[in-house]
Design a protein around this ligand. Sequence first.
Ligand SMILES: [Fe+2]
Ligand SMILES: [Fe+2]
Length: 229
Amino acid sequence: MSDKEKGKEDAYTKGRVENLPAAGKVRVSSVQNSEKTNNYKVERDPHGAVSEARKDSYLAADVADLLIQQIGLELNNHYLYQNFGIWYDINSLFGQAAYFYHRATEEKTHAQWIIDYLTRADFLFSIPGTDAAYIDIFKNKKDLKIRDPHDETLVREIETTRSINNIKAVAEETRDYITSHWLRELLLEQAEEEELSHTALDIFNHTDDPLIVDKYFKDVVMTQLQAGK
Ligand SMILES: [Fe+2]
Ligand SMILES: [Fe+2]
């Protein structure tokens, strides 16, 4: 398996699509029903015959599959950040609890962006199940430290950016330039998400005091986020 194929498989690992509804006339994800999917052919001849699959949707099947997987990844991030929020909440670090609840809400918004994009393209699909083991950091790490969720968040955001980059690469390979263009917004959002994750870690470079850290999240970070900065 080439590195490229391996990377693609890694992106597929989390949040696989389960129990898709019957195909009917509508194209469904090939993740579950590869034999039913009329795979989109790369249209190298712009004047060639228009396939039935192309009439159903402009989305290439490979790209749609990756977008569906991405919904699962965004929802995994949503639940992970909710879990972090809960952990800070029960430790009475309310600034970081609010910060992670806020980030969790954003992840749900990203999932909805992709859902809306797929439905606008008339592509029938089911929401992938979340990977409970993947998001339950507490299982493997009983002695969680105050900065650990922030380190984990940066890694998760970098993985997310790589996953969306991969979708963009596949979209361009299949000449699905509509999706490639649409992904721009999601990628620019990722730049903000990575930047915010770096900001969070910067705070720990200035002080080890957990109460000062939390007050900074409450008074500065949350104020900026709520102001949309
Ligand atoms: Fe996201
Ligand atoms: Fe994110």
